[in-house]
Write a protein that binds this ligand. Structure first.
Ligand code: GLN
Length: 197
């Protein structure tokens, strides 16, 4: 199994570490140019700064090939800034300039909508299909999912608020499963993509 981590900016090492622990038999590569997308079984979009990642995607010529690959069926697990980049659209927020988005996940999100870094936290998250105990999600200056459109479905909740959605093999989460010592979200994603049993 060949897994890619978009390696332009953000918590790339944390994603690599999580994959090494949770999916030890996978071959993991960092994606920095369009050729790196070839023959991937799934791609992970890290958290970080969505404006910076969007700019680097454009500068590296990856923006269009990435959108094309996802639309053609490449499974993607996107966390936080990664979710922002996948979203159908962004509601204007207090953070100034928003990045462009790929529009491949039918959700509307607003960046930094839970406040400043000081309000980042861990909280129990109910993820569809995971059962109990709840997943402990790390939220770091996370976006808020304001609405889930008809072609996506909610898959994760913090209290009653949606914190994750998917459209087929494209998953977007406002929290960071790569920072939790719990492989269940990664496994559920890989299972839904038909890559593990
Ligand atoms: N606040 C960041 C942004 O808007 C996302 C934070 C994160 O990925 N942890 O891009």
């Amino acid at each position: 199994m060949k897994l890619g981590v978009l390696g332009l900016q953000g918590d790339v090492p944390e994603h690599r570490r999580a994959l090494a622990r949770f999916v030890p038999r996978a071959h993991v590569v960092e994606v920095r140019r369009s050729a790196d997308l070839a023959s991937l079984d799934a791609l992970f979009l890290p958290g970080g700064e969505s404006t910076t990642i969007a700019r680097l995607l454009e500068e590296s010529g990856l923006w269009n090939p990435l959108g094309t690959a996802v639309r053609a069926g490449l499974p993607v697990l996107a966390t936080c800034a990664g979710l922002i980049l996948l979203a159908r659209d962004l509601a204007p927020g207090a953070s100034g300039t928003d990045p462009p988005t790929l529009g491949v996940l039918d959700v509307q999100v607003r960046r930094n909508d839970y406040g400043a870094q000081a309000e980042s936290c861990e909280a129990p998250v109910r993820v569809e299909g995971l059962g109990s105990p709840p997943f402990v999600g790390a939220f770091i200056r996370s976006p808020r999912i304001l609405s889930v459109g008809p072609s996506a479905t909610a898959i994760a909740w913090r209290d009653r608020e949606v914190v994750g959605a998917r459209s087929g093999k494209v998953w977007g989460l406002t929290f960071h499963p790569e920072l939790s010592d719990d492989p269940r979200v990664h496994r559920a994603f890989l299972r839904s993509a038909g890559l593990v049993r």
